[in-house]
Design a binder for this molecule. Structure first.
Ligand code: URA
Length: 432
């Protein structure tokens, strides 16, 4: 029998822990036999001391062993692909990628999360669609992927319960942004859900957990190693999160932008990421196409209406109404004007995320309700020219007072300079 306090102390002092002891700790925590305060102390020791790759494998394995596993590929008799993002601001990528990939004939079944820290969660965004159900049983999930070709659901209670508890604990103990903990959290869910091939969107910059390309590469390598060990194909896209993705930040606003992107009317940076991720998922699938042909098919699906049709089938299958006009709108829309002429040098993702959070688009405390209608639309992005008085952004608020406060925060997030900053695309690197 392990003594948690001893493991905390040994990790605190920099010792490498054996796999069996780590496993016992994680399984005991998942059963409720180790209290939150001890696991929080352990996570903080890991935050400062890190985990070796052997320890990261052991942690991931133990998290998978804490619950059931699913073999979606065997259930469907097809190679199944999956995607996951490490978390960003305005990141509605899965809501657009799922229908595009499904329209191209590849089954897409994904378990998503809620907001974590300053980042939004796909489930919260989908719940802005009236009637949409994120809680499906495992059987309903598998049936829907088989029959409709697409399902995005909440993580089932049976799958990786250790991550479910740990994720919530890390969120409130400042232990989210640690490479091994993020790698084990993401890969335990991906491996337990049974996809054969996985595209990971590793966000880099101000609005991401990984602030630099070097940190993001380290996280990508850690997740690739876990995937390789489990015999899965993994491709990591390192993508820019110095500014929010696309224009919209906030739940219903983001769903509207994802729907526009599915029909080919999305903002350039978001469209590029969606098409690139879709192309790579198609190239990993059993269609037998390369990424170039995958890209052509993904673009075609957005042009010919088949991706929109897949979106509508999917939303209806999960009880939602796909008509965009039913998405709630905030009663107050406030323009934020530029105070100077020049070029937008940066739109701070964290500053915009905090303004959206203060408007009510995210949770300030656990289990707090979310206001699906509110958020921010960043009309000007890095590199855009602007004149004094131009509208930089719009704040969508519940009332005038919260609109005032958010407008000031949004203005502070914009930096306007005389000379254009060096151009930078959304895709920074690919590691496979
Ligand atoms: N997303 C996850 O699923 N887990 C993390 O730890 C961070 C982002």
């Amino acid at each position: 029998m392990i003594r948690p306090v001893e493991l905390i102390q040994r990790k605190r002092d920099g010792e490498e822990l054996p796999a069996d002891e780590l496993r016992e700790l994680v399984l005991a925590y998942a059963r409720g036999d180790v209290p939150d305060y001890q696991m929080a102390a352990f996570c903080m020791a890991v935050y400062f001391r890190g985990l070796s790759s052997a320890e990261t494998f052991a942690l991931t394995d133990a998290m998978i062993a804490s619950g059931e596993t699913l073999d979606l590929g065997a259930a469907l008799g097809r190679k199944v692909v999956d995607k996951h993002s490490t978390g960003g601001v305005g990141d509605k990528t899965s809501i657009a990628v799922g229908p595009i990939v499904a329209a191209c004939g590849v089954p897409f079944g994904k378990m998503s999360g809620r907001g974590l820290g300053h980042t939004g969660g796909t489930l919260d965004k989908l719940e802005s669609i009236p009637g949409f159900r994120v809680e499906l049983t495992t059987e309903e999930f598998v049936d829907q992927v088989r029959e409709v070709g697409l399902a995005i659901v909440g993580q089932s209670a049976d799958l990786v319960p250790a991550d479910k508890r740990l994720y919530g604990l890390r969120d409130v103990t400042a232990t989210v942004d640690q490479v091994s903990l993020i790698a084990a959290s993401i890969m335990s869910k991906k491996l337990a859900a049974g996809a054969d091939a996985i595209v990971l969107d590793v966000k880099v910059g101000d609005g991401a957990f990984m602030k630099t390309l070097d940190e993001a590469r380290e996280l990508a390598e850690a997740m690739l190693a876990l995937g390789r060990e489990a015999g899965r194909e993994v491709v990591c896209l390192l993508t820019d999160m110095d500014q929010p993705l696309g224009h919209a930040i906030g739940n219903a606003l983001e769903v509207r932008e994802a729907v526009a992107t599915i029909r080919g009317d999305g903002p350039p940076d978001f469209t590029e990421l969606v098409l690139d991720a879709s192309a790579r998922l198609l190239a990993l699938s059993d269609l037998g196409v390369d990424a170039g042909e995958g890209r052509r098919r993904a673009e075609q699906a957005t042009r010919d209406g088949s991706a929109t049709a897949a979106y509508e089938r999917w939303i209806r299958a999960q009880g939602g109404d796909p008509d965009e006009t039913v998405l709630e709108r905030a009663p107050v829309v406030r323009d934020v004007h530029a105070r100077a002429s020049g070029v937008v040098a940066s739109v701070g993702a964290i500053g915009i995320a905090h303004s959206a959070l203060h408007l009510g688009a995210g949770r300030q405390t656990r289990n707090a309700p979310i206001d699906h209608a509110v958020g921010v639309v960043c009309l000007k992005k890095r590199g855009d020219k602007t004149r004094e008085g131009d509208v930089l952004a719009q704040v969508h608020a519940r009332d005038e007072a919260s609109a005032d406060a958010a407008a000031a925060e949004v203005l502070a997030a914009y930096r306007i300079v005389d000379a254009a900053p060096p151009a930078r695309g959304i895709l920074l690197d690919v590691i496979a």
